[in-house]
Ligand binder design. Structure first.
Ligand code: MBD
Ligand code: FE
Length: 309
């Protein structure tokens, strides 16, 4: 069929009725959004001459993706989660907020309720013979002062790129902890160096990415929520320098100031002092959080989270 069979005004009239704009009932905000999205979709169908088969393939794809519980993976894969971050960054800038650590996407693999430790924790259960990683730093305010009693909620993948509660079974909350900062705002943990995540082969998300000529790999990374009373929640990640996918993240999560130096410790006496028998890695990373202000959109995102069984 040719494109542009229907005048734009006809599309807009039809869509306005479908979005309930002719009546007074319903939720005005939802009506506004549905009207816009439906109108854009109908115009795209008419502009691009999207066929009935193509249309139903799209509906089927989204349905299967929802059934497979993969919408949370598709969203970052299509850069939408990063796009929402870019908007929040700019909204904060316009509200006069600056000085906090750069945010980046939460991703779909957070599980609430990780064990809480004071000041330090070991995240791995000892079953993964990966490179030992010690990470430490301080949670600070915009002036550089440490914040006592801040919470660092950390989660990451194992050396296979798998997260506990997802994929091959791991011990509950493996590689997930909440660490409360000490009197100077410090936290530290021992863990294992994660590997990058890859979309499951054959998954809905992977299938689409392949058709787009893209891959579904993330560089190795560690996720954080950093919270402190009176401060805006920080959602961020660090990336592991040297990863092949460091600047080619399918989820668009890498940001330049979230790539700390990884120091490799190979000195025999330092290894011995750490209680180890092989070289290990160290990362130091401080988190700056900013005070809550009126007028800036919240950084706390309400979304569906998987939960611990
Ligand atoms: C991940 O570990 C992740 O962080 C994101 C954003 C998407 C898929 C897997
Ligand atoms: Fe992740």
């Amino acid at each position: 069929m040719p494109a542009n069979l229907i005048p734009k005004a006809v599309i807009e009239q039809l869509v306005a009725r479908a979005a309930g704009l002719e009546g007074q009932d319903g939720n005005p905000r939802l009506k506004l959004v549905v009207n816009r999205l439906l109108g854009d979709l109908c115009k795209a169908i008419d502009d691009l001459d999207i066929t009935m088969d193509e249309f139903w393939a799209g509906v089927g794809y989204l349905g299967e993706t929802a059934k497979a519980n993969e919408l949370g993976l598709l969203v970052p894969g299509l850069a939408l989660e990063h796009f929402l971050d870019l908007r929040l960054d700019e909204a904060e800038r316009r509200a006069g907020l600056s000085g906090g650590t750069t945010r980046t996407i939460e991703g779909p693999l957070y599980i609430a309720g990780a064990p809480v430790s004071k000041h330090e924790a070991r995240l791995d259960d000892g079953s993964d013979d990966g490179e030992v990683l010690f990470m430490e730093g301080q949670v600070r305010d915009a002036t550089g002062k440490g914040i006592a009693g801040a919470m660092v909620d950390v989660w990451h993948a194992n050396t296979m790129g798998n997260y506990s509660f997802f994929g091959p079974p791991q011990t509950p909350y493996n590689l997930r902890r909440r660490i409360e900062t000490d009197g100077e705002g410090r936290y530290k943990f021992r863990s294992i160096m994660p590997s990058g995540y890859g979309c499951p082969p054959g998954s809905q998300t992977e299938q689409l990415l392949t058709k787009l000529g893209r891959h579904g790999q993330r560089p190795a990374h560690i996720h954080f929520f950093v919270t402190a009373p009176g401060y805006r929640q920080l959602t961020t990640q660090i990336n592991i320098d040297g990863d092949k996918y460091l600047h080619d993240d399918f989820a668009f999560g890498t940001r330049d100031d979230l790539i700390p130096t990884v120091t490799r410790i190979t000195d025999a006496s330092a290894i011995h002092k750490a209680g180890l028998n092989k070289p290990f890695a160290r990362i130091t990373f401080d988190f700056a959080v900013v005070k809550d202000v009126v007028g800036a959109p919240s950084t706390i995102v309400h979304r569906e989270h998987a939960s611990a069984a």
